[in-house]
Design a protein around this ligand. Structure first.
Ligand code: AQP
Length: 346
């Protein structure tokens, strides 16, 4: 059987990076799934609290994220969609994996460093680092490994920024299996999304991110037509004439082309962003931005109205989806945990 697992943090309304890097791919996998494939998608609230979240804001973000997953086309009957904290076994497996996970390996991870704005050589035991660095932020890749391994996932669709964590999850599975003397946990494969890295509009060398301070750095999947146009109008490009695709010398322009290509490339019969860009060669950058705004707005319009409908309703759709999801996820997790508990001697 093929088991697909992925997660998304409820840290705000998802943006085009989350959509192209994750959610669009999740829906595609759902629509193409055969009978022997199960799809499990989690709103990973335990991960969200690795940096402080206002409790009421977190509750709102969780509902918004679940609504967004339904709005983009995920179907709770076809997939298991659940809040991570509804399945305590994720935390239990994390603890068990922590007991054989290597501190050295976690020290080399880049995500905790970028969250704390530290350089890539930062060491968790440096005196300036260790007061700032919380244990949960340092060890969350172990929780991520538990999320994946507990459902015996065979494939994990993610953006490029998560590849390192997937490698670590495979290492955790191998380490546990070695101690257990058995192939109990499954080593998952990474399914890299075609839109590997959507960049920030204001700084196209950084990835588009929910937590970046500048709201104009990202397009939310709920943004109105006029907000989409405004954000694209001020997106950082360059002063070179005409439209060409060259990510290293023209990161801003190339990012816009990639965004439009990933939403609209198939309508143009283009196989790559470079080929897609040829259709816009003669345009000014202003006209390119208008074109991209149009493509983005056309694509997001139905998603946005579905989202408004779900969020504006009486909450039943969300409640029901969360309940069905939690039940299915608990069952899936429990079947692995019975084997794991026995293997460690409980
Ligand atoms: N810019 C991006 N390009 C492509 N994929 C992206 N993803 C995130 N940003 C981009 C993918 O979205 C999925 C869910 O990500 P997440 O919510 O777990 O958190 P993140 O990767 O940390 O994303 P953000 O938006 O930057 O959130 P904050 O600011 O809260 O940290 C993942 O599959 C990721 O690859």
């Amino acid at each position: 059987p093929r088991v697909i697992f992925s997660g998304i943090q409820p840290t705000g309304v998802p943006h085009l990076g989350n959509y192209l890097g994750a959610m669009q791919q999740w829906v595609k996998l759902q629509n193409e799934a055969s009978a022997n494939t199960s799809l499990i998608y989690s709103v990973v609230d335990l991960h969200a609290i690795t940096v402080y979240q206002d409790p009421n804001a977190l509750r709102t973000s969780k509902r918004e994220m679940l609504a967004a997953l339904l709005a983009v086309g995920l179907d709770p009957q076809k997939c298991t969609i659940f809040y991570q904290s509804d399945v305590p076994a994720h935390s239990e497996l994390m603890w068990i994996l922590s007991c054989s996970a290597s501190m050295g390996y976690l020290s080399r991870m880049t995500q905790w460093k970028s969250k704390l704005d530290l350089d890539e050589n930062a060491n968790p035991l440096d005196s300036s680092t260790k007061t700032k660095l919380k244990l949960g932020l340092f060890s969350y890749p172990v929780l991520q490994a538990a999320d994946i391994l507990i459902h015996r996932a065979t494939h994990v669709p993610v953006g490029h920024d998560q590849s390192q964590h997937l490698e670590f999850a495979r290492e955790c599975a191998a380490g546990f299996n070695h101690l257990a003397g058995d192939k109990l946990l499954v080593q998952p494969e990474t399914l890299l999304s075609p839109a590997k890295r959507v960049m920030a509009l204001d700084k196209p060398t950084n990835k588009m991110s929910k937590s970046a301070l500048n709201p104009k750095s990202r397009i939310l999947i709920t943004d109105s037509s006029s907000t989409i146009s405004k954000k694209l109008r001020v997106a950082l490009t360059d002063s070179i004439e005409g439209v060409t695709y060259d990510p290293s010398s023209r990161p801003g322009v190339s990012n816009l082309i990639e965004i439009a290509f990933n939403l609209d490339g198939s309508n143009h019969g283009a196989a790559s962003p470079a080929e897609y860009a040829k259709d816009f060669e003669g345009l000014s950058l202003k006209a390119l931005k208008n074109k991209v705004a149009e493509v983005v707005d056309d694509h997001l319009m139905p998603i946005r109205s579905k989202f408004e409908e779900i969020i504006g309703g009486d909450g039943k759709i969300l409640q029901e989806a969360a309940q069905i999801g939690a039940e299915k996820a608990r069952k899936s997790a429990e079947s692995t945990m019975q084997l794991v508990r026995h293997a460690v001697g409980f």
